[in-house]
Design a protein around this ligand. Structure first.
Ligand SMILES: [Zn+2]
Length: 269
């Protein structure tokens, strides 16, 4: 499943192919994604793409008088291809931009293609999203203040997109390891120092993943075939029973809210 780093790498890869280009055509082969693709998108031809931004795991294509909202769901990928490239079975949506096209492939159809001409930040899917983890808005003071009212385990707090957006299961485990914080520690029991280490760890973890993706996903533009979500070397994620890379003790796995959490009992207190 594409996480925030994959979406950010996709955004960076797509930006030079979209920005400033005029939409010359739209193709909807199967509108039945997570929500039906609205008919409005068929009328996008003639608009110029101003920029492409990201909010959480949503990509926002700014068309001046409105935004195309894209989400990759569980299995979606976006690629830039020459116009006229034959569509395959799961290629549900194309945005044609003159001499290139943006194509959404989504075998499981949990992705989304939506349109809004209202203020995009107020869109029902976006309005409740929490702080962007890579923005200056996520800082230790803010995290300390936000966690005060929550008895939930810090791991689950981090994965709640209404607090901080886009820190999924993998990155929550990894960031807590880097910060030396036990995943079951109650959010409101984090000290100011914990919040400082955790804020830093979240940013470092996500940035490292984006860097890794930037090198391994370079070929998503123009390439054919699988989406190729990037593989990384994790500290604890998916390493239950293996030796901690820092102290050598065995990494443990526990379930928190039906999700697997990985941690080192020695390095994380
Ligand atoms: Zn350890």
């Amino acid at each position: 499943m594409p996480e925030l780093p994959e979406v950010e790498v996709t955004r960076r890869g797509l930006a030079p192919h979209l920005t400033g280009r005029v939409i010359s055509g739209v193709a909807v082969r199967d509108a039945r994604l997570r929500w039906p693709i609205p008919r409005d998108v068929l009328a996008l031809a003639g608009r110029t793409v101003k920029t492409i931004r990201r909010r959480g795991k949503y990509l926002l294509v700014d068309c001046g008088d409105g935004h195309l909202i894209l989400h990759l769901g569980m299995s979606g990928s976006l690629r830039v291809l020459p116009p006229g490239t034959p569509a395959e079975k799961h290629d549900h949506f194309d945005l044609v931009l003159g001499d290139r096209l943006l194509r959404l492939r989504d075998p499981r159809r949990f992705g989304a293609v939506l349109w809004t001409s209202d203020a995009v930040a107020a869109h029902p899917l976006l309005v409740h999203l929490g702080i962007e983890p890579l923005s200056p808005s996520l800082n230790s003071t803010r995290l300390y203040a936000l966690t005060r009212a929550h008895r939930t385990a810090i791991k689950q707090f981090l994965m709640d997109g209404r607090r901080v957006v886009g820190v999924g299961n993998i990155y929550a485990s990894e960031a807590l390891f880097r910060a030396g914080i036990h995943p079951r520690k109650s959010a409101r029991r984090l000290s100011a120092k914990d919040c400082e280490r955790l804020t830093k760890a979240i940013k470092v973890t996500l940035r490292a993943a984006i860097r890794a993706g930037g090198s391994t996903l370079r070929d998503f533009v123009g390439a054919d075939g699988a989406a190729g979500y990037f593989q990384q070397r994790y500290w604890v994620y998916d390493r239950a029973g293996k030796k901690c890379r820092r102290c050598g003790k065995l990494v443990r796995k526990v379930l928190q809210g039906q999700r697997s959490t990985y941690y080192c009992p020695t390095c994380q207190r």
